[in-house]
Design a protein around this ligand. Structure first.
Ligand SMILES: NC(=O)c1ccc[n+]([C@@H]2O[C@H](COP(=O)([O-])OP(=O)(O)OC[C@H]3O[C@@H](n4cnc5c(N)ncnc54)[C@H](O)[C@@H]3O)[C@@H](O)[C@H]2O)c1
Length: 441
């Protein structure tokens, strides 16, 4: 069983960035991973609660900009101090914290995660990893350079259904794959109740620090209880990433794992049902071309995405016409068969004569959260770290750039991180950061 000394030593060997604060705790040896939780309700509560279920963790601090959303974590660990500003938490308790969950709205993931990794802390960050492509690229690099243990919060990655589907594709159940069609029932807006900024915004609740919630984004008034905080932020371009941002990192995940896609797309284009400068479209259709891999028939492979409730065509696949597709999922069309991977359900295999009755081994579910904790304790990076999760996130966020240029095919130079045939579109790879909130400030 690894002790604090061994896991600290393992990490110390590979960490370079301002790593000292993490290792001060070497004086304070015990065998538990000391965690913080940033974002304490919504998905944050489930992240914190899952981590707390590992018998080698101990929460030493919590942070949420809204104190009304901290009752559950206080009950979980009554002696852990609660902060509204994660920067204050890191300043005061940094030497006690080994790692943290980051479960805030998307626009704050990169800044908080950068600060954590710069202090040598391990990070479990919710999906999508970041709000823009440039942030994802920076986090991939920082994770690699710092050697901290990272994991993207797309927990279904470790579920039996996704693991089994990916393995079955790699075992050749449908031959090499020619095309993928992914889709999702969620719409790109509709959660906030708005399609434009509220005309008569009300004051934020006294329990919430609105300035901290807005963080890196341009300041705007609090809306109302549904508009942005909590949950409604997904609809808004400044904070969320629409349905593709919300579900792409889940639904593309078994596809990327199965086909071993570790690179960005070559090109991408999109259509949608209409948008303005504030919110994401209700429905989008995105077409990507990715470089082929050892699991694809060609040097490139088309992968499409639909959201907002429209299902993809099953034309050209082995799926019989009367089959009902799940509400969300992916179809992988291979040389000898087609696989449907429901989100979330057991894979279905079709060979053209109905469902295939050939049996494939079912892989067990693993605990995604505990896999990260075990990685932090052992110093071994689990799958779905920021390199893989960052690549997945970049693909998702590039799709959202295509959405801004309806009908236009954008070509991507991954290495240079540049859209090569539309100079202006490159501005969406990053954002203007509010004063004091730049990633490196
Ligand atoms: N993996 C999944 O299945 C899954 C499911 C839901 C949400 N998510 C992801 O989790 C994240 C949070 O989503 P949610 O639905 O819980 O949102 P939410 O708005 O319901 O909750 C966010 C929580 O973070 C707090 N918060 C906001 N800004 C903060 C900051 N700067 N510092 C500290 N706390 C802050 C809020 O007060 C709130 O308690 C998003 O990135 C989302 O994409 C993932």
């Amino acid at each position: 069983m690894p002790t604090r000394r061994t896991f600290l030593q393992t990490t110390a060997a590979t960490t370079f960035v301002a790593a000292a604060p993490a290792f001060v705790r070497g004086q304070n040896l015990n065998s538990k991973l000391q965690l913080a939780g940033i974002g304490c309700d919504g998905k944050g509560w489930s992240d914190i609660n899952e981590m707390a279920g590992h018998d080698k963790t101990h929460h030493v601090a919590f942070c949420d900009i809204d104190l009304a959303r901290t009752a559950k974590v206080h009950k979980l660990q009554p002696d852990a101090p609660i902060f509204q500003d994660y920067r204050e938490m890191l300043e005061k308790l940094g030497d006690k914290i080994d790692g943290s969950t980051v479960s805030t709205p998307d626009h704050m993931h990169a800044r908080i995660t950068t600060d954590l990794m710069n202090m040598g802390k391990h990070v479990y960050c919710q999906k999508p990893l970041t709000h823009n492509v440039s942030e994802a690229r920076q986090l991939r690099k920082l994770a690699k350079d710092s050697g901290v243990i990272t994991r993207l919060g797309n927990q279904i990655h470790s579920h039996s259904h996704y693991r089994t589907a990916a393995k079955t594709i790699q075992d050749g159940a449908i031959g090499k794959v020619k095309e993928v069609r992914s889709w999702c029932a969620a719409t790109g807006h509709g959660k906030s109740g708005y399609v434009d900024r509220p005309k008569s915004p009300i004051a934020p609740p006294e329990t919430a620090d609105w300035d901290l919630w807005v963080g890196v984004a341009p300041m705007r008034p609090y809306g109302d209880v549904k508009c942005y905080h909590p949950w409604g932020w997904r609809d808004w371009q400044d904070f969320g990433n629409g349905a593709l941002g919300d579900f792409g990192c889940h639904i593309f995940d078994p596809v990327f794992t199965a086909l071993n896609i570790n690179n960005g797309p070559l090109s991408f284009s999109a259509g949608h049902t209409g948008m303005n400068d504030e919110i994401w479209p209700a429905q989008t259709h995105v077409k990507y071309t990715f470089p082929g891999t050892e699991y694809t028939t060609s040097k490139s492979i088309p992968i499409s995405w639909d959201d907002g409730g429209s299902l993809p065509s099953t034309g050209g696949s082995h799926i019989p016409g009367d089959v009902r597709l799940p509400a969300s999922g992916s179809i992988l069309i291979g040389e000898t068969g087609t696989m449907v991977i429901p989100h979330v359900g057991a894979m279905r295999l079709y060979t053209g004569k109905g469902t295939s009755d050939k049996e494939y081994p079912v892989l067990e579910s693993l605990n995604h959260y505990h896999g990260w904790v075990d990685g932090c304790l052992s110093g071994k990076q689990p799958s779905d770290g920021f390199e893989y999760g960052g690549n997945l996130t970049e693909a998702v966020l590039l799709g959202n750039i295509a959405v801004r240029y309806k009908g236009e095919k954008l070509n991507w130079n991954e290495k240079e991180m540049k859209i090569t045939n539309n100079e202006e579109a490159n501005k969406w790879l990053s954002r203007e950061y509010r004063d004091g909130w730049k990633l490196d400030s």
